[in-house]
Design a protein around this ligand. Structure first.
Ligand SMILES: CC(C)(COP(=O)(O)OP(=O)(O)OC[C@H]1O[C@@H](n2cnc3c(N)ncnc32)[C@H](O)[C@@H]1OP(=O)(O)O)[C@@H](O)C(=O)NCCC(=O)NCCS
Length: 221
């Protein structure tokens, strides 16, 4: 009788074992295209996304309609819908036309006049760990977004973002830091995202409060 009850409760997630890790491959939504990427098995990419030459660390997840090119994205990042990261560049000075038919071999419109590449069209953007990127934010090429940063919804990021900084607006500006300086220094040295999953699982409750996290882990790194 008890065994039957346990089975029934487990079916409705009320009696699950502690282990959180169940996925052995990434979850990929419909109409999503992924080319030449390095995607951790523990990730989720929503529908209608496009990923090119991009790496995603464990636990990072993308909502729908996300477009990312030439980027390295760390672990535990949350990426909102409609976000665009490092999607390419056209010349904005010197060149008479911004059209790639004059500088690119990629034939974006189906044809090109260029006999070789004359312009660096793609940058490379690095996003740290535990970064939260709000809905419809745009992050330009060749930027570095530090660990723990938050990019507000709709922000257009044109400059590097410091670790644990919150930036908002167009162009994105620093609003405030998430934590006090000593707390940020602690987190950047501790790098909890490098801990093994058993440690994170055992200590997850501490993640709810920076003060107790610091108190319990000082001298632990
Ligand atoms: C960036 C963000 C985290 C800031 O949250 P917060 O620290 O609680 O900030 P507050 O709401 O107290 O706002 C502080 C100030 O920033 C402004 N602000 C907040 N978010 C903003 C944004 N995305 N763009 C522009 N300004 C913003 C507020 O208007 C306020 O301005 P004021 O001081 O002149 O009144 C949040 O506003 C945000 O954009 N979250 C993303 C939500 C989202 O995209 N969810 C879906 C994906 S999971």
């Amino acid at each position: 009788m008890f065994r039957r009850l346990k089975k029934y409760l487990r079916r409705f997630s009320l009696f699950k074992s502690q282990t959180v890790i169940t996925e052995s491959k990434p979850r990929i939504g419909i109409n999503t295209e992924i080319h030449d990427c390095d995607i951790s098995p523990l990730t989720s990419v929503g529908k209608n996304c496009y990923l090119y030459k991009t790496s995603l660390g464990a636990f990072t997840y993308l909502s729908q309609n996300v477009n990312i090119m030439n980027s390295a994205i760390g672990k535990f990042c949350s990426i909102g819908q409609g976000v665009c990261i490092s999607t390419g560049m056209h010349p904005s000075s010197t060149f008479v036309s911004t059209h790639p038919a004059f500088f690119s071999l990629h034939k974006q419109s189906g044809a090109t006049f260029a006999k070789e590449s004359h312009f660096r069209e793609m940058g490379h953007t690095t996003i740290g760990n535990d970064v939260w990127i709000g809905t419809n934010a745009i992050i330009m090429d060749d930027l570095t977004i530090g660990d723990g940063a938050i990019i507000g919804a709709g922000a257009i990021v044109t400059k590097d973002v410091l670790p644990y900084s919150i930036v908002v607006g167009n162009p994105a500006k620093h609003l405030r830091f998430r934590f006090e300086k000593d707390e940020i220094d602690f987190l950047l040295a501790f790098k909890w995202w490098t801990k093994d999953l058993a440690w994170i699982e055992e200590n997850y409750i501490q993640f709810h409060d920076i003060k107790s996290f610091m108190k319990n882990n000082s001298g632990n790194h």
